[in-house]
Structure formats: structure tokens, C-alpha cells
Write a protein that binds this ligand. Structure first.
Ligand code: ARG
Length: 600
């Protein structure tokens, strides 16, 4: 109810200012405005909104907050604009003012959403000058395992990108894959020795399982001196862009890319690959410019910037290493070059204004260091921001690192397939119990949607900052805050639609009288505010909690009052609430990257 909130806030601020002119003057001197602290009601029994500002004001003018609240209420009651929106306010506790909206306002808010695909969420109007937002997510490393940490980044990043896109921003979804570095020396040397033919033919060559390949190369590197020499030479050739070495490098990247793409296809997630190698031409300038700005210090042969406010043991300032002793560049150098490129105006860069990085919390100090150096070098313009959006670890049900029964790391593809297979077994069991027969196609589709949704939702519904325990049983349950529960609520509504054939009755004269109806209306109307809140905090779990609550309120409405058996105008009015619930759930789930079903 953003727009109602804004109209109300305007009225209330004015009332505060006019009723307490001395306080207003005082606030102005401090360069502030009086803040009535209008917020959504903390509990629904208190109404729709509450004004908490009497407490703060009382300190400013030495009056009892309760007296202030009474004065404000009296003034508001004289205001015809206010009375159009709210019922007479009530004062609670030390001086909270509870506001309840007029029913006609709630009804017209419902109407507004019935005619608006965006469900009254305010959207930014695209203009040519609007700078894009970079969301840097997923970002696995070539020839290495894409692990559960990358899965979390992929799922959270996609949902944040979707939300920003929905709000009207243009979003660059960047996959900052680790496709450069000294490890390629040993990989290329190994490739040249085990599959020289791969470098001769123009045809695509299947390298098979790259993770095994990486392990073999590493083992040779650790045990074979001649191989080490070879590998080092390959690093140099790679930097010099020697054609055969580059071909080998490309083969390795292509193979990994194919494997990553399988995961993205399963998850139905779109990303633009722009790996670390892209920034190679800009690395030297990072060093040169930091040097010119006198930020660079050579410490034991390495070039680094000493960080303010980052103290190591013994209270010494910590360095961010930008060029290693051997002259090589590292992860931080690349990230600094990437910041500059992304914030640079087009065509020398992406012209972005906001950079969002989604990685595990373990990288927090890396990003803090990189951001600090970029700020000190003045590479982040005033109106631009850089943010690290951290998340916790994925753990097994025992609270330890997620592993297979035999103790190996879990392959993402296996993990996703297992979710789908388990969903399929559940579904087949349920169909049998209900005596239903369904086509193979139905079973395949439903189990794929449920399995993948369950994995995504389980991840998104946790506050991302905390570690999260991966449990197939929990995420696939039909009860609780799970994807299957939400999907099932939608299926219930689709069922009403099938029976009635129409959730869009023409009756415009909507009429509500039951408590369950009003509860559902109030819940539905929270959607726009929730979306803005998720955007402000980049916490998709808030959207999940909201959708879960909405389903619970809807299911109470559905179980406790008749819909199809009720008389007009109640019947049409209730059908409209069903439709709006379905629209809200579908949009909310879509923003989480979750597909929905008509039947399951
Ligand atoms: N490749 C890194 C990893 O696997 C993540 C990269 C995140 N993005 C960035 N710009 N540093 O840990």
C-alpha cells in the first residue's frame, strides 16, 4: 500500500509540523524534518499503520508522549483528507497511534491490483540515461567443481536480478568465471601430453570429466619436476598468447562451460559469461595508477596497498596484495580492474552505477579490501555504489560440510537430479493414493518443477547470512514453508478456476463482510511494500516468508468460508480475491525464479 502510505505520511507530517511549530523550528535548525514514524502495524489487531513519532517528539519538547498523541489525533480528526482514508485513530501504550484504513480504501486498492500486472509495485521508467546494475553471481572456476556455494550464489543472484529487472532496472547478469591463472599451466601441459590430437583437429573434442582431469594434472605437478617446468612454460606462453597454448586453454574453457551450462539449464537461469581473462588488458593500468596515486607499497617483493582499519595480529595494518613477488597479478587485481571497467562510462566500460557481488561470507574481507582500495583511488563515483552480498555455508543435515554417503563432495548435477527423482517418487505415491492416472509427460514435468523449486526455495527462504542445512525431506514436504506447499496453494486456486471456469467475474460491485476476507485483503495489499523492502535489503527470504503467510491466510479463507456455494455479490467478490491471491503468488514465485503449476 505504498501509495496510500505516501498520501498518509504527507498529511501526518504536516499535522506534526503545524501542531508543534516550536519543535518544527528546532528540527529545521538541526537540518531535519519532524518524523512521525509512520510504519505498517506491528500486529494486525492494531490496524493497518501506526504512528510512533510521539515518543521521539516528547524528548524534543518535554511533553508526555501520550498527551502529544492525543493532540495529534484531535488534529487528524479535523482533517477531511485524513478522514477519507482512516477510521478514528486509537492511542495505545505510552503514545502509539494506531490507524485503521477505511474499507472503501482497501477495496479500491484491491481494484487497482486487479487491473495491474505489476500489482501496484512502483516501477522505474526506463530512460536512456538509466545506468545498469551489475549483479556478479554464480562465477564458478574453470576445470574445477562447481560446488554448493556456487549453487547458492546462482540461486540468490538470479532472484535478486529478477527483482531488480521487475522494478525496471536494466541488469547485467555477469558470470565472473575463474578462467585465468597459473593453474592453467599444469592443465595445458597435461592436455598437451595426454590428448595432443585435441589440438590438431578443428572438431570439438570431448575432454570428459574435467574435475578428474584437474586432479590428474595436479598430481603430476606435485610429483614430477620435468612436468613442473613444462607447466611454468605454459603459463608464460599463455600470457604471450601463443596460439597452441591458447587453443588448449579454449578447449578447457569450452568443456567447463558445457558442464556449467547443464546446471544453468536445469535451473533455468540466464547469465552472461565474462570471465577473469576479459580484464587482462586492464591489469597493468591498475598497478600503474595505484602507483601514481602513491597508494602502492612494495613489501617483501610484492606490491600492495595497506588497508585502513584492517588490523592483523600484533595490530599491524593488513595489506591487499595487488602484484605478487613473481610479477603475477591475482584475484584482487582482477576485481579492481573489473570495478573500473564496470563503472566506466560506455564505450570504455559498462556505465553501471551499482555493483552487487554475491559470494559466500568467506570472501567478505577480500571485497572489503578491494572496495576500500577502489574508493581511495577514487574509482567509485559519488553516485555509484559497490556492495558485497554475502551468504552462509551449505551444510549437510549433520551440520557438517555437505558430502555424499561415501564422503565425497556432492556433484551439483547429481544433487538436482536427486531432488527431481525424489519429487517423482513422492508424486507417484500420491497419485496412487488418490487413485489418479496421469501421463508420463505430466509426471516428468511436475516432478521437475517441484524438485528444482524445492531446492531453490529452501535456499532462498533462509536468511542468506546464516548457514543453511540441506535436507531433501524438509524441502520436499507438502507442509511448512516449502515450495511444494506454495505450489499446492496455487493448484487449489487453479482448481476453483477449472470448476467455475472464470476467476474474472464481471461484477464490479465487490462486497466483503467476513473476517477471513478482510484478513486476506490486508495480506494481499502488503505485496508492494514487501518487494520494496526485499530490494532495499537484498533479502529474498522476506519475500518467501510473505508468500508463506499469504498462503496460510488464503487457506484459512478457503477452508472457512464458502466460495462457489455463496450467493452474489459475495461469490464474485471472493472469486476475485482468489484470482488476486493466485496473481500475487505467481508473481512472487516468479521473482524467486520458481515455475508454477496448474495441477500437481
Ligand atoms: N570464482 C570465485 C569463486 O569461485 C567467485 C568470483 C566472484 N566474483 C568476483 N568478482 N570476485 O570463489
Amino acid at each position: 500500500m505504498r501509495s496510500l502510505y505516501q498520501s498518509l505520511e504527507k498529511i501526518i507530517i504536516l499535522t506534526f509540523e503545524e501542531t508543534f511549530p516550536e519543535a518544527n523550528l528546532l528540527a529545521k535548525k538541526l537540518g531535519k524534518r519532524l518524523d512521525p514514524q509512520l510504519v505498517p502495524a506491528s500486529k494486525s489487531q492494531f490496524g493497518d499503520f501506526q504512528i510512533n513519532g510521539a515518543m521521539g517528539l516528547s524528548k524534543l519538547i518535554q511533553q508526555k508522549p501520550r498527551d502529544i498523541a492525543e493532540t495529534i489525533v484531535k488534529e487528524l480528526q479535523k482533517n477531511s483528507e485524513f478522514k477519507k482514508i482512516c477510521l478514528p485513530p486509537e492511542i495505545a501504550g505510552p503514545g502509539f497511534i494506531n490507524l485503521r484504513l477505511q474499507e472503501h480504501c482497501l477495496k479500491s486498492e484491491i481494484q487497482k491490483r486487479l487491473n495491474d500486472k505489476k500489482l501496484a509495485v512502483p516501477v522505474i521508467h526506463k530512460s536512456k540515461e538509466l545506468s545498469p546494475i551489475v549483479v556478479d553471481f554464480s562465477s564458478p572456476n574453470i576445470a574445477k567443481e562447481m560446488h554448493v556455494g556456487h549453487l547458492r550464489s546462482t540461486i540468490i543472484g538470479d532472484s535478486i536480478a529478477r527483482l531488480l529487472e521487475f522494478r525496471g532496472y536494466s541488469v547485467l547478469r555477469l558470470n565472473h568465471v575463474g578462467d585465468w591463472g597459473t593453474q592453467f599451466g599444469m592443465l595445458i601441459a597435461h592436455l598437451k601430453s595426454v590428448a595432443p590430437q585435441a589440438l590438431e583437429t578443428a572438431n570439438a573434442f570431448d575432454l570428459g570429466d574435467l574435475v578428474m582431469f584437474y586432479k590428474e594434472a595436479k598430481q603430476r605437478f606435485d610429483n614430477d619436476e620435468a612436468f613442473q617446468v613444462n607447466a611454468r612454460q605454459e603459463v608464460i606462453k599463455l600470457q604471450q598468447r601463443e596460439s597452441k597454448t591458447i587453443k588448449a586453454w579454449k578447449l578447457l574453457c569450452d568443456q567447463s562451460r558445457k558442464e556449467f551450462q547443464e546446471i544453468y539449464n536445469l535451473l533455468d537461469i540466464r547469465l552472461e559469461e565474462r570471465g577473469e581473462s576479459f580484464y587482462n588488458p586492464f591489469l597493468k593500468k591498475v598497478i600503474d595508477d595505484l602507483d601514481r596515486l602513491s597508494l602502492l607499497v612494495t613489501d617483501q617483493g610484492a606490491k600492495c596497498v595497506f588497508l585502513d582499519d584492517f588490523k592483523g595480529k600484533e595490530g599491524k595494518a593488513m595489506p591487499l596484495i595487488i602484484q605478487k613477488t613473481d610479477g603475477g597479478f591475482n584475484y584482487a587485481t582482477t576485481d579492481l580492474a573489473a570495478i573500473r571497467y564496470r563503472l566506466n562510462k560506455k564505450p570504455a566500460g559498462d556505465g553501471a552505477c551499482r555493483l552487487i557481488y554475491i559470494t559466500d561470507a568467506g570472501q567478505a574481507s577480500h571485497f572489503a579490501g578491494v572496495f576500500q582500495v577502489a574508493k581511495r583511488a577514487k574509482w567509485i563515483p559519488k553516485d555509484c555504489s559497490v556492495e558485497h552480498v554475502p551468504f552462509g555455508l551449505v551444510q549437510g543435515e549433520d551440520g557438517k560440510k555437505l558430502k555424499t554417503r561415501s564422503g565425497e563432495t556432492v556433484k551439483l548435477k547429481d544433487l538436482l537430479n536427486e531432488a527431481v527423482n525424489r519429487a517423482k517418487l513422492d508424486l507417484i505415491r500420491r497419485l496412487k493414493e488418490e487413485g489418479r492416472t496421469e501421463s508420463l509427460e505430466f509426471i516428468e514435468n511436475v516432478s521437475r518443477v517441484i524438485g528444482i523449486s524445492a531446492v531453490k526455495y529452501a535456499d532462498l527462504s533462509q536468511n542468506r547470512i546464516t548457514n543453511y542445512q540441506f535436507s531433501f525431506d524438509r524441502m520436499l514436504a507438502l507442509q511448512g514453508n516449502t515450495a511444494p506447499y506454495l505450489l499446492y496453494s496455487l493448484v487449489r486456486i487453479a482448481g476453483i478456476n477449472r470448476k467455475e471456469g472464470n476467476l474474472n467475474p464481471q461484477s464490479i460491485n465487490i462486497d466483503y463482510s467476513e473476517k477471513q476476507e478482510w484478513n486476506l485483503i490486508r495480506e494481499l495489499l502488503k505485496f508492494d511494500e514487501i518487494i520494496l523492502q526485499v530490494e532495499a535489503e537484498l533479502l529474498p527470504n522476506r519475500l518467501c516468508s510473505y508468500l508463506y503467510e499469504l498462503c496460510q491466510v488464503f487457506n484459512r479463507f478457503y477452508d472457512q468460508i464458502p466460495i462457489l456455494k455463496s450467493k452474489e455479490p459475495s461469490k464474485s467478490s471472493r472469486l476475485l480475491l482468489c484470482r488476486l491471491t493466485a496473481d500475487t503468488l505467481k508473481l512472487g514465485l516468479n521473482l524467486l525464479g520458481i515455475k508454477t503449476l496448474e495441477r500437481m
